[in-house]
Design a protein around this ligand. Structure first.
Ligand code: SAM
Ligand code: SF4
Ligand code: SF4
Length: 330
């Protein structure tokens, strides 16, 4: 087990890998259509990590202490043959999860599960079709996402979690319905405070439904003690049974326990969701760097990490340029 620590004594335990910057939805809070339109310059194929390169990096990160890998995007299921990557990663001693908008799960869940994917988190912000359509700004439907959840469940990609971004005026009235729909099925819904990731979503503090407000909406909740350092969600037992999670990055930040590194689809290492720059690993890899040389780069990047953006947001927010969520995978 690697003993790597950053300047705030945080180990490196989780790795999120974005396998594509493309998506089949245009959620208003993530990829607004005015910016990510038909003329947007997405990465070209030669500029994104191949599966062999991702697998090589995964091996190096695991040797430095990573226990859990989450594949994300953009929409990870848009990347062709994703099950091939999963089958490579599955040979390693690591838990493999994926975050997806779910609509392509009916097509791909069986192959992903057979290849060794452990579990999925599915994003779903509303059960009402009109509300969902307004948020996701795409032709996809709630019915398609629910079919995706069923498909994942039927091939054992659980325990499944649901990610719901809560935005003022958009979906607060959906929260109880979502909890009611899933809590009796061993599927935990996690409500995420709307975050100021990237610079294109026009974020304003007024649009955030705070964790305190969400707790009020949900009624009597009993705290469940965290099972692992670095878990992003605060967990609560619901009065009617089942559990719910809150991801409180805006009003109750958890940087002190942040053990996550992120790799963008073009092979840059980011040590914070709100970073403005990443460390290029793709170029040295393609120029023939040895494993030891890559390990030294990663090691020195993590060792000098001092990120705690959410804790100091109010001081730096207006002057800070930030990478887009769809680029580094949430
Ligand atoms: N496309 C996949 C999906 O939506 O699940 C994976 C990538 S998406 C960037 C990962 C997660 O980030 C999703 O659960 C999404 O809801 C969340 N997300 C995106 N923009 C956000 C924002 N501004 N604030 C909070 N969460 C956000
Ligand atoms: Fe696509 Fe996921 Fe971003 Fe929505 S949140 S636009 S589904 S990457
Ligand atoms: Fe981790 Fe950065 Fe989020 Fe803090 S702001 S929890 S350091 S990703």
């Amino acid at each position: 087990m690697g003993g790597l620590r950053d300047t705030l004594n945080r180990p490196l335990r989780d790795l999120r890998i974005s396998v594509t910057d493309r998506c089949n939805m245009r959620c208003r809070y993530c990829m607004p259509r005015e910016v990510f339109g038909s003329d947007f310059a997405f990465l070209s194929k030669v500029d994104i990590l191949t599966y062999e390169e991702i697998d090589r990096l995964a091996g190096l990160f695991i040797s430095l202490g990573v226990e859990k890998i989450r594949l994300s995007g953009g929409e990870p299921l848009l990347r062709k043959g994703l099950h091939e990557l999963i089958s490579m990663l599955a040979l390693r001693d690591v838990e493999i999860a994926m975050t997806t908008n779910g609509v392509l799960l009916p097509r791909y869940a069986p192959a992903l599960s057979a290849a060794g994917l452990d579990r999925v988190t599915v994003s779903l912000d509303a059960l009402d079709e009109a509300t969902f359509a307004a948020i996701t700004d795409s032709g996809h439907t709630v019915a398609a996402v629910l079919a995706g959840i069923e498909a994942a469940e039927s091939v054992g990609l659980g325990p499944i979690k649901i990610n719901t971004v809560v935005k003022k005026g958009a979906n607060e009235d959906e929260l109880l319905d979502l909890v009611g729909r899933f809590s009796n099925r061993d599927i935990a819904v996690r409500f995420i405070e709307y975050m100021d990731v990237g610079t294109t979503n026009g974020w304003a503090m007024n649009d955030v439904v705070t964790a305190a407000e969400i707790r009020n909406l949900l009624g009597d909740l009993e705290v469940i003690e965290p099972s692992r350092r670095g878990d992003v969600a605060k967990r609560y037992q619901l009065p009617q049974g089942g559990e719910v999670g809150l991801i409180t990055s805006v009003t109750e930040p958890f940087c002190g326990d942040c053990t996550r590194a992120r790799i963008s689809a073009d092979g840059h290492l980011y040590t914070c969701l709100f970073a403005s720059q990443g460390l290029d690993l793709l170029t040295p890899m393609r120029e023939g760097a040895t494993d030891q040389e890559l390990l030294d780069l990663i090691d020195s990047c993590w060792s000098s990490r001092d990120d705690r953006y959410s804790e100091i947001r109010t001081e730096v927010s207006s002057v800070h340029s930030r990478v887009e969520m769809s680029f580094i995978g949430g």
